[in-house]
Every structure is written in structure tokens, then in C-alpha cells.
Design a protein around this ligand. Structure first.
Ligand code: COA
Length: 175
């Protein structure tokens, strides 16, 4: 746990944080938890379908039984350089607004990395928006060892995206 929070951090007991893979009743819970971000239940139903099909693993973070975050691993990225090299992508990661900067995102990243490592792969990729809306992610990913792949900014509907990769080492298993 962080011991010296500033005004924008909250202390939570990360030992109580549970991260598990998605279940059938999660789409409604996710839509409720992220309603303030205009996320729709339809999007999460789509994720559930892809979990069932095996193309995506959605990881759900829970605190005292409440959904506080989620992320996904997609095995075949839409980003061609990742797809060609067989690099799974961490895709769509969110922590509930009130609990950001408490360590939940870091834990979700590590859970996604462990999942990928368990399949024998040693590289994982991620995309991050380049606008201020993604400020926390832009700082977090390099701190966690994600290095830009050097291809610059890729235009998209949200102001552009950059991609980064991380080499997975044995210590992630212990994290
Ligand atoms: C990006 C996002 C998923 C990260 O999740 P998070 O739970 O906020 O991440 P963390 O708390 O682990 O890390 C964020 C910051 O908190 C700090 N932190 C980590 N553990 C902490 C703790 N125990 N106590 C306080 N701060 C902590 C990290 O060092 C990091 O600090 P920084 O902002 O100074 O770099 C989340 O902020 C979010 O949903 N953002 C909006 C959507 C978004 O941008 N998604 C990513 C799309 S690419």
C-alpha cells in the first residue's frame, strides 16, 4: 500500500483486491460501474461473447464484491505489427473514476502480464491515447516497463494512439 498519498490519491487495501476472469453476469455490473464513462452494456456483452469464443480474456477487478476495474487481453490484435508478431494486446483498461491512482491499474496490468506469460509468450503490447484524457495511462505504462514501439502516432477517432511493448520476465510470476 502507498503510505504517502497526495491530494489526488486514495488509500485502499490492495490486499482485498480480487482479479478474476469475466463471468456471464458481469456485463450488467460493468455497465453500472462505468455508466459515468458512457460505457454500454452492449459493449460488455460483446466482450463476454468473445470470452466465450476464446479471442479475448476480460479481467475484472473487485473490491468488497464491487466492480472497480477491468481490462482485456486480446490474442489477435487489430494493430498489424502486433498481430504479425503474435503479440497479445492489453485492450481497453479502466478503473472506476473514484479509485484511480490507488494501484488498481498496476495490479490489472500485472494480472494481464501473468496471463500472457502462462501461455508461453514473452512479449505483451498495449496502445495508449495521446490526448490528455489518457494522462494517467501515459505515465503508468512506461513506469511498468512498456516501451514505445517507435512507430509514432496512429490517427484514430479519439485523437491518436501510440503502441508500446513489454518483455515479460520470470519475476512477473511472483508479483
Ligand atoms: C489508466 C487507468 C486504467 C490506470 O488505472 P489506475 O487504477 O488509475 O492505475 P494505478 O493507480 O495503478 O496507477 C496510476 C497512478 O497511481 C500511482 N499509484 C500506484 N499505486 C498507488 C497506490 N497504492 N496509491 C496511490 N497511487 C498509486 C501510480 O504510480 C500512478 O502514478 P502517476 O499517475 O503519478 O504515474 C485509469 O486511470 C483509468 O481508467 N483512466 C481512464 C481511462 C484510460 O485512460 N484507460 C486507458 C486507456 S489506454
Amino acid at each position: 500500500m502507498k503510505t504517502q498519498p497526495d491530494d489526488s490519491t486514495r488509500i485502499i487495501d490492495l490486499r482485498a483486491l480480487q482479479i478474476r476472469s469475466m463471468q456471464a453476469d458481469d456485463p450488467a455490473r460493468l455497465a453500472a460501474a462505468f455508466a459515468d464513462m458512457n460505457k454500454t452494456r452492449a459493449q460488455y456483452e460483446h466482450y463476454w461473447q468473445e470470452n466465450v469464443e476464446g479471442s479475448r480474456v476480460t479481467l475484472i477487478a473487485l473490491l468488497a464484491g464491487s466492480v472497480v476495474g477491468y481490462t482485456n487481453v486480446i490474442w489477435k490484435s487489430d494493430y498489424e505489427p502486433f498481430r504479425q508478431r503474435g503479440i497479445p494486446e492489453i485492450h481497453d483498461m479502466n478503473t472506476v473514476t473514484s479509485l484511480r491512482r490507488s494501484g488498481i491499474g498496476t495490479r490489472m496490468l500485472k494480472a494481464a502480464e501473468r496471463l500472457v506469460q502462462q501461455t508461453g509468450r514473452c512479449v505483451i503490447g498495449i496502445g495508449v491515447g495521446v490526448t490528455r484524457d489518457y494522462a494517467i495511462a501515459q505515465r503508468l505504462y512506461p513506469k511498468q516497463g512498456y516501451v514505445p514501439d517507435g512507430t509514432g502516432v496512429h490517427p484514430n477517432a479519439w485523437g491518436g494512439c501510440m503502441y508500446a511493448v513489454k518483455q515479460l520476465h520470470d519475476e512477473i510470476r511472483e508479483a
